[in-house]
Write a protein that binds this ligand. Sequence first.
Ligand code: NAD
Length: 351
Amino acid sequence: MKFTYASLPTRVVFGKGSLASLEEEITLLGASRALVLCTPNQRADADAVTRRLGSRCAGVYDRAVMHVPIETARDARAEAMRLGADCAVAIGGGSTIGLGKAIALEHDLPILAIPTTYAGSEMTPIYGITEAGVKKTGRDARVLPRTVIYDPDLTMGLPLDMSVTSGMNAIAHACEGLYAPDANPVMSLLAVEGIVALARHLPRLLENASDEDARSACLYGAWLCGTVLGHLSMSLHHKLCHTLGGTFNLPHAETHTVMLPHVLAYNRDAAPEAMRRIAGALGSDDAAHGMQALSRSLRAPQALRDLRMPVEGIERVIELTLTHRYANPRDLEAGALRRLLEDAWEGRATA
Ligand code: NAD
């Protein structure tokens, strides 16, 4: 066994009702003028945060949108400076937290994130900003949220379809963490625990989307999977999803959901130990088949064509994937990638 391990310093406050600790956490950050960030449709959540902050709220910026367009980032940065903000409180999913990161990247404001989906951005130093239709991503310690408050009460209203695809997005981080080139035993433990939590409890949301214990367990799984994403390099799956999302404007979490079983099938023989652990976490004999069975049982989207990806785009994706290569357990090879993408486009059973 040989590995390097370094842990990222985010403080995590987890549990039902933990939003109540917001003021205390802001004090611990040494901040007194918070800019609250949200999307237009989560304004009510932001207002609840604002009420808790009282005089420590400098203002609300409620124009966060998907993929952090550079224009929005500039506008939010200017608002933060105009208001003299000394921290950003981002309440929402990866898009809102991504906007906080875009501000932090330039102005070094500490971020307190309050995630309301399972995407995992709150636990990573990864940012993405879209300029002229191209989303550029990078890693920078300044954008890692300093504090994260996980309150499952805030996920109760997350629509079921988004809960499912967002949860599958989180599981994808854990799967790729298990065969990452820089994998380590601690992150592998977190990855398996994260998959188990989500794979057991997402199905319970199907029966009752307001099941508090299931919501709490899903958020716990999301935290673990997000932590894995923050610490390790991702491989083919994340590369393909990034390319598909950026090139054809496909929805982020749904694309992850469709692709994951097929990428696991692609990597099956090249990462046997990771596959054994993923299969075990799913209670299946095979990681790819088990993942597809889970996804189907959750009535998640199964085909890229249903996400409106043009079939003639497959060749472009192969070209881009082979041009900017990622580490991956199995070599990237055009013919096999074509079969993978055709299977995912059609929504076929995994190879
Ligand atoms: P999102 O943030 O785009 O949210 C989608 C919609 O759902 C938004 O309108 C949002 O306001 C709404 N919403 C969120 N939580 C809700 C709730 N509890 N109830 C009702 N509505 C709610 O979705 P996402 O999947 O969380 O994030 C996707 C984005 O995050 C992508 O751009 C992706 O690239 C990025 N991301 C980044 C990282 C990273 O580490 N940098 C990790 C994962 C995802």
